[in-house]
Design a protein around this ligand. Structure first.
Ligand SMILES: Cc1ncc(COP(=O)(O)O)c(C=O)c1O
Length: 395
């Protein structure tokens, strides 16, 4: 059974919780109260919904990819989060949390980013609400997602390079949490996925579930053009776009598949498949599946896509996995790149490398999925990846 909200300790079954330093506890409790009040405040809901419509461009369309469907022998529908303002689903969460920050009187915003999409979406919310923005980003990600770094700076947000560890998303989250411990009085941390201590995983899911709720209306079975989905597929980094599209469908009988990064291959140890190859432990304030060694040290993840290059995953996914409500699979860097090319060449849509993972799984499983109605949540557009892809393929 899906859980409408975590329990009083912030747990989804055995997972989640609030493993945070004492200094952050008041802020986490304040945030929970503020969100609880906002949820039931019609004025907040009206403002959020108006911004989602007029600013973000929701509802995002569902596109029937006819040429690719024919190629694969199934009916492929794309939920076009790539068409949301700033080019990914991340904006759904940053607009919501930006409104919450304003409500709590916090004038400074911090965030972490991997692919840069959450950073851009946060910088955008800061510009929109007149808030000061600081985004932490690993040095490796700054290099491979350079276009998004320029966008954040244009939007007036400071990008702070994080050199520790592998210079990727995990290190950026740790740096943002360190900042927050020191600045919590005037600062709100807009976390970018369904990760972190309670109440973040719950709040981010609530702001992202609009994706699945729209899909239920758009593919409602009312005509042959709008068939109900047989299967919904989404990529899983921290897990926000996937939980957003899955949550309304969890337990309804529609098959749900989350696709993690297998990187160079699970057997090589260089991947980001926390659910597929990890074990339970605590990372960034929550109990969940993560990549760790026998001594409990967190391992470096690897993925060609910066947004999936993370050794943990949102605790609600850990719950959904154990409950058998969602199946988790993985695809390699090479498979994702091939799927990116395929979609680009057959449909004229360049997906983000993250989103290409979801599509790659459908390509691999096409024979088994023959004739079925398959929805891929296209979480973002690939503009940010064009340069990196050039380097990957041509050195
Ligand atoms: C386009 C896109 N899709 C997916 C992700 C992965 O995040 P999540 O699993 O939270 O949706 C990211 C993260 O940066 C992203 O930019």
């Amino acid at each position: 059974m899906r859980l409408e909200r975590p329990d009083a300790q912030g747990r989804f079954g055995a997972y989640g919780g609030r493993f945070a330093p004492e200094t952050l506890m008041p802020a986490l409790l304040e945030l929970e109260t503020a969100f609880e009040e906002a949820r039931h405040d019609p004025a907040f809901q009206v403002e959020l919904s108006e911004l989602l419509t007029t600013y973000v461009g929701r509802p995002t369309p569902v596109y029937r990819a006819r040429r690719l469907s024919e190629r694969l022998g199934l009916a492929l529908f794309l939920k076009r989060e790539d068409l949301a303002h700033t080019g990914a689903h991340k904006i759904n969460n940053t607009i919501g949390q930006g409104l919450l920050a304003r409500r709590m009187g916090k004038r400074r915003i911090i965030a972490e980013t991997g692919a840069g999409q959450h950073g851009v979406a946060t910088a955008t919310a800061c510009a929109l609400f007149g808030l000061e923005g600081v985004v932490y980003m690993g040095t490796k990600d700054i290099e491979r997602q350079a276009p998004n770094v320029h966008r954040m700076r244009l939007l007036g947000t400071e990008v702070v390079p994080v050199e520790t560890g592998a210079g990727t998303l995990k290190d950026a989250v740790s740096a943002a949490l360190r900042d927050w411990v020191a600045s919590v009085e005037n600062t709100h941390y807009i976390i970018g996925s369904v990760v972190g201590p309670h109440p973040f995983p719950w709040i981010v899911r609530e702001f992202q579930k609009v994706i699945g709720e729209e899909l239920q209306v758009q593919l409602d079975g009312s005509s042959p053009d709008r068939p109900e989905p047989d299967i919904i597929v989404a990529c899983v980094g921290g897990g926000s776009n996937s939980i957003g599209v899955f949550y309304p469908y969890a337990g309804t009988g529609v098959e749900l598949v989350g696709v993690e990064a297998a990187g160079f291959g699970i057997a090589t140890g260089h991947h980001g498949a926390s659910l597929g190859a990890g074990t339970p432990g605590v990372i960034h304030g929550a109990m969940t599946y993560l990549l760790q060694d026998d001594a409990g040290q967190i391992l470096e993840a690897h993925s060609i896509s910066a947004g999936l290059d993370y050794p943990g995953v949102g605790p609600e996914h850990a719950y959904l996995k154990d409950a058998g409500l969602v199946h988790y699979e993985s695809v390699t860097d090479d498979e994702a790149v091939a799927a990116l090319h395929l979609l680009t060449e057959t449909e004229g849509i360049i997906p983000a490398l993250e989103s290409a993972h979801a599509l790659a799984w459908v390509v691999r499983e096409a024979d088994r999925l023959a004739g079925r109605n398959v929805v891929v949540n296209l979480s973002g557009r690939g503009d940010k990846d064009v340069e990196e892809l050039e380097r990957w393929e041509h050195g």
